[in-house]
Design a protein around this ligand. Structure first.
Ligand code: SF4
Ligand code: SF4
Length: 380
């Protein structure tokens, strides 16, 4: 089974977004020696396809030389395994040379723009939009493909139409991210998107997307519909992510996910010790993640959507409780809302009404005049 290793070359970031929870000033930058240790660790860790995502902080702060060495080190060192790369960046530090280095490995770039310039800069900082768009031009002119994540806050959600139209008119794929309360205290909680608002937003996006099905991709809606249609989670939020996702911080510490990097109680081991999976499962961090899984089985046991929701994201769940395992993902309300909406619509489209058990839909009769969930499924 494929797994995912996120490499966090640094937690530093030149931007200063108001709701950020994942950057740290003065964070060290990963050395090539540590990167090489990641490769050596993985040689005997698990002989399965692996996707590496460079994440941060801002991963391009590691600089051209880091990627010039790191990419062949990984690709050649793990040539026995099927390897893919991805990189999440604000693009400010993109240079033509860096873009060419990344393009050699066909690395898809994920970046962040919350919407039109004024709205984006009001929550990400003045000048952010122009710097990111400049980096986007350099990236695309040099052979890279880039898409954007829009973070919806309690403020920007009031402008959801403008944001959708911005992505539509610019021909950008839309992926959204709800602003979270932070495990780090400096992030203001008031920007976090309330679960009810998030649920409303997802339903709005489903509706609007279906009206523009040929003109835009809304990744989250694609994923949610696929979850319901297949009865299985297909993105990390909706599966038991632990054990198939790892993150390695600048000093080689191993965590369950990039969201925990820098949190000492979530360190599972260090690449310099070349831990086996069994070693990692003996860590306190692993036990914490298992506690979450047990909590989901208990708290979500009666939920119709548990098979493809799995209690949501453990980080989201622990963020409001200072890292403690107390509840499932607070976006539960939003997930229920959108899963019900999609389920009801699918039932209507295929059977003309409610009454189907969850999961494993078998189409029997097409019946609709405007685009529906089945059209969306056929598109992919
Ligand atoms: S902790 Fe959350 S973001 Fe990280 S891999 Fe798990 S579900 Fe995904
Ligand atoms: S929708 Fe809520 S109750 Fe249902 S599985 Fe997801 S988190 Fe649990």
């Amino acid at each position: 089974m494929a797994f995912h290793v996120m490499i966090i070359p640094t937690l530093g970031c030149p931007a200063n977004c108001a709701y950020c929870w994942s950057s740290e000033e003065d964070s060290p930058v990963m050395s090539i020696e540590t990167l090489n240790e990641i490769v050596q660790w993985l040689k005997d860790f698990r002989n399965e396809p692996v996707t590496f995502t460079f994440h941060g902080g801002e991963p391009l702060l590691a600089g051209e030389e880091f990627y010039r060495q790191a990419l062949p080190l990984i690709a050649n060192g793990l040539s026995e395994q099927k390897i893919a790369f991805a990189l999440q960046t604000n693009l400010w530090k993109m240079t033509p040379e860096l873009a060419r280095i990344l393009a050699e490995y066909h690395i898809p770039i994920g970046s962040s723009l919350d919407g039109p310039r004024e709205l984006n800069d009001s929550q990400r900082g003045k000048g952010y939009y122009d710097k990111t768009m400049r980096g986007y031009e350099i990236a695309t002119e040099n052979g890279l493909k880039a898409s954007f994540i829009s973070t919806f806050t309690s403020n920007s959600v009031k402008h959801k139409e403008d944001i959708f139209n911005f992505f539509l008119e610019n021909g950008f794929t839309l992926k959204l991210h709800p602003a979270l309360p932070s495990l780090r205290s400096h992030a203001p909680e008031e920007l976090a998107l309330e679960p009810e608002e998030y649920g409303e937003l997802l339903v709005y996006l489903l509706d609007t997307y279906l009206e523009h099905l040929d003109d835009i991709e809304v990744m989250n809606i694609n994923d949610l519909c696929r979850c319901v249609f297949t009865g299985r989670g297909n993105v990390c939020t909706f599966v038991d992510c632990m054990g198939d996702t790892f993150a390695v911080g600048p000093d080689g510490s191993i965590y369950p996910c990039y969201r925990y990097v820098g949190m000492q109680n979530y360190v599972m081991g260090n690449v310099y010790d070349r831990p086996s999976m069994e070693d990692l499962t003996r860590s306190d961090a692993w036990n914490l993640m298992q506690e979450f899984k047990a909590l989901v089985d208990k708290k979500c046991g009666d939920c119709s959507y548990i098979r493809f929701c799995r209690g949501g994201c453990p980080y989201n769940a622990t963020a409001p409780y200072d890292g403690e395992i107390v509840d499932v993902d607070p976006h539960c309300t939003a997930y229920k809302r959108i899963f019900k909406e999609i389920t009801d619509r699918l039932n209507n489209e295929m059977f003309g009404g409610p009454g189907l058990e969850m999961g494993g839909f078998q189409p029997v009769a097409p019946m609709k005049s405007k685009a529906g969930i089945m059209d969306l499924m056929r598109k992919h």
